[in-house]
Design a protein around this ligand. Sequence first.
Ligand code: NAD
Length: 421
Amino acid sequence: MSKENLNPLESAQLQVKHACEALGLGADVYELLKEPKRIIEVSIPVKMDDGTLKVFKGYRAVHNDAIGPGKGGIRLHPGVNPDEVKALSVWMTFKCGVMGVPYGGGKGGITVDPLTLSQGELERLSRGYIQGLHKYLGEKIDIPAPDVGSNGQVMAWMVDEYIKLTGENSLGVITGKPVSWGGSQGRNEATGFGVSVIAREAARELGMDMTKITCAIQGFGNVGRFTVKNVQRQGAKIVAIAEWAPTVGTYAIYNEEGLDFYDMEAHFNQHRNLVEYPKAKRISLDEFWALEVDMLIPAALENAITEDVAKVVNTKLICEAANGPITPGADAILKERGIVVTPDILTNAGGVTVSYFEWVQNLYGYYWSEKEVEEKQEVEMVKAFKEIWKLKNEYNVTVREAAYMLSVKKVADVMKLRGWY
Ligand code: NAD
């Protein structure tokens, strides 16, 4: 194994620094952008079902709010730590910038494995997080959403707690709510659907036809599964999935004839994993990464594609559905090998785009159909893709560099207007 930097905050800072340099922005701008404006740590006491008291660590960062209130998910995962939360908040600022949604970047998390909690414990933890942080949240201050390990039910408990504490019936304080209580149609699938839109646009630019390509996807969680569904809907053949299960750790399945989303979903819903999925053979993770496919989509967690993996992948296009799945060292190797990467801040921006639609609908109290949401999302994502692709060609840079250039410039321009530097 080669030694490489896997600190996501340092990766995020490097990406911002490169963009500032490419745009010829002074050192002040990077100084303003390299760290979040604020990060708050709270201790959350939770009465466990067995009568004991456990104290969990929770975090909320707002990286930059020049353009609008902070926006970003709350991650529930044992690996959550301040640097990860900070890095994710940096990426959110630039994701919002890429899409032109009127937000800054925020992110939160709780260091916990939610699968080890009962529903009651999870509810008390979710409410405790809001008790600790509600003064720093609000429809016009900082707006959380779900991320890894959290979901619509968790958001509903959090909004309820916020309303109880503030007395304000502000549904727009958190997005990703269930549709029956202020959520938007299409939000659940939005990130995966958006990944498929960006994948299709990039494939087209590379002269590939979605109905003729093969694809391997890492992750079958919220983003992964709806990516599989929508990439399949566009006609691509999904030949492999890599996943993680508590019993076996990471594993991968493969079928060269193609894997069907609906069949895998039914199996996953019944067994909570695809370990024994009968219509595919198990392959090792090394084999998974080295598969010859037209398109590879990491949709699990950070740092999936390390330098070692980047040397062996056998694909033309990687679409970053997860946040930060490629390390900076790996990114350099992929660039050298001529493998095109669509970056996370563009590829998975469908989630924040439909979160924005949800917030707009909450503020108006007027709700749109699923078709309307999907159409509006697609228009916005294709527009952002085309803008970035044009910039990439103009400056002869990677898609990631172009995305950061576009976004950092938008944030820097507003900070200048507001007299921040
Ligand atoms: P999730 O918890 O629903 O799914 C993650 C999946 O990855 C799980 O099924 C897990 O078993 C699997 N996994 C974990 N480690 C793995 C490994 N080493 N190899 C293979 N699979 C592994 O989370 P999610 O909401 O799907 O988020 C996935 C990624 O997408 C994260 O980086 C998240 O920040 C990002 N993201 C999510 C959204 C959203 O709307 N949910 C939006 C933008 C970005």
